[in-house]
Design a protein around this ligand. Sequence first.
Ligand code: NAI
Length: 358
Amino acid sequence: MKVLAILYNGFKAAKAEPRLLGTVENELGLRAYLESQGHEYIVTSSKEGPDSDFQKHIADTDILITTPFHPGYLTKELMAKAKNLKVCVTAGVGSDHVDLNAAVDRKIQVLEVSGSNVVSVAEQVMMSILLLVRNFVPAHEQAISGQWQVSDIARNAFDLEGKVVGTLGAGRIGHRVLQRLVPFNTKELLYYDYKALPEEAEKAVGARRVEDLKEFVSQCDVVTVNAPLHEGTQGLINKDLLQHFKPGAWLVNTARGAICNADDVAAAVKSGQLRGYAGDVWNVQPAPADHPWRSMRNPLGGGNGMTPHYSGTTLDAQQRYAEGTKQILQNYFENKPQDPGNVIVGVGKYESASYGQR
Ligand code: NAI
């Protein structure tokens, strides 16, 4: 079979650090295995436009491996050209870069390595909440640029203790974020999800479910987004919804950039309506140099906690999603059942309940 992987370039770093498994150079550690089984393995980062390796090879690829960190966008049109394609495997979590409805129609399975980087992201969420609330970035900028003006930083720095924090999406990551927030003695923990947390889990974290989205955001000092990108979440956080946020709230989105309207969020930060926005996911990846989220700042010079998409690709996470990808391939080749938690789209139908209510 022909297996095509779209990964990001690691260049020198990947040569020096073999644990950067999710790179073109280190090929998810799959080459020896795949070739020993007689498969052809093509690995590339070239993914945009008709002349890209992605678009050239997809025509006769049987199995496509992609990663959310450098998404190979498998559109409906591209899928129509992929005559042999049977399985898409996401090395990581989040398969929105594949047109999932088209995959259902074409009976192409979509699997991901569920759980492989959920702790990595939950930790990033905690870091992002803290760096916004405590106004860390401008303080760090002072430290490295030779300045020292405490009042300029302290005037917009707060404690997380006593604040209301809510997660939009309370699945694997959202639940872990709630667990990690417990010792911070927040005023209240809230969640908004069409699926309730199991009673035990809800009780253990002391979180309250709010069923109306506007009501939910209006009660939160901090909102963290932990839902997949699908028709029901695309552009969900826009000018209209932002008007229902508490004035000066903080927003953290490590789920998917396109859940937020980029211009609306940047305008809200610039006006101070949002005190800050942090995340590692962008509506286009790699993000263009002039993306509004790169340069936005609140009126007091802070409030920008953006990074490139890396929260779920720590070295620990890479090991887990590389191993998980191999396991999915092995199951497929040997006709063994897949872990049901990994199946987003089975043959001709959604198996995951996380990509919207259907
Ligand atoms: P999960 O499937 O365990 O949980 C997602 C939760 O979101 C589910 O409980 C689902 O009911 C809920 N949800 C779906 N649509 C919703 C809506 N419209 N409103 C409220 N809740 C909704 O997924 P997990 O593992 O927690 O991951 C969530 C997302 O985080 C992934 O789909 C991916 O996009 C993103 N992610 C980002 C990473 C990064 O490196 N930045 C790495 C891993 C995941």
